[in-house]
Design a protein around this ligand. Sequence first.
Ligand code: A3P
Length: 304
Amino acid sequence: NVEKDEESFQRYRERISTLPKEKGWKIFWYLYAYGLEGVMFAQEHFKARPLDVFLWSTPKSGTTWLKAIIFAIMKRTCYTNSTHPILTNNPHEIVPILEEELFGEPPVANVESLPSPRLFATHISYISLPMSVLSSGCRIVYICRNPKDVLVSMWYFVANLRDEAELFSLQEAFDLFSQGKSAFGPYWDHVLGAGLECPERVFFITYEEMKGDTLVHVKRLAKFLGKPFSLEEESKGVAEEIVEMCSFESLSNLEVNKNGSSKTGLKNSVYFREGKVGGWRNHLTTQMIESLDRVTKEKLPSIF
Ligand code: A3P
């Protein structure tokens, strides 16, 4: 209940107003508008349950895609192909981001009353995650992506949020990203937190692996989520149907994702740009590539 928590939000706003500020990605206005209070509120109040499923990611790593896939796996017996909510809703409406939509201002739903298994997504980094997410034993899926593609994808995404006059260069975006000034903290620390701090608890997958063999990983994911495909489903090609329904081509061509908008007025199409691996080759300079590769090799040697 937002009314009841106005006092908390006031407290968060006061704390936020004391934080250092500097020019950054325009996305920060968007996050600070209702994201940071949401993170603080989630930290204080959210109680994860063992049956919850969490999709955890850095922004621009494939969150939209995995939201659709996880929902489709978990709810596959609830809908027929023609009535499936994925066909008429943007994945972000179906699987809410904890800190932005459920504990944001105003929240879109009462977290306590959502039916189990509750499906959530979060971008909060390991050190700021609500304690109960890791202690509850709930299922956690973490997706990350090559930082060079994350940077380019984020740059385009932010360009969509900014007014044209305010566009900033890829060099500026690179500088911020390299200095760890990204939404939800430094990219590399985010991935390290999920990959190294709690490997046994997390289904850890890269965007590149998902693109490489989506079907294999959808089946692995279904097993991890406690919903393996039965022999009958295997023979009917249910996993294949999920892969197809959630593919970039299918999702990006749905009317809701081409022309629809979120409640906050963001166009759904901003979540679908190219959906490819390695697009960074067409954007980054040699110096940018070497610099990002150096940090990645040092911090995440076994992942990329
Ligand atoms: P690009 O900007 O490189 O195209 P997020 O959902 O975490 O915000 O990530 C957005 C990125 O995922 C965008 O990358 C977007 O195009 C891509 N994407 C969205 N839906 C996808 C899908 N179904 N399959 C593959 N990639 C997808």
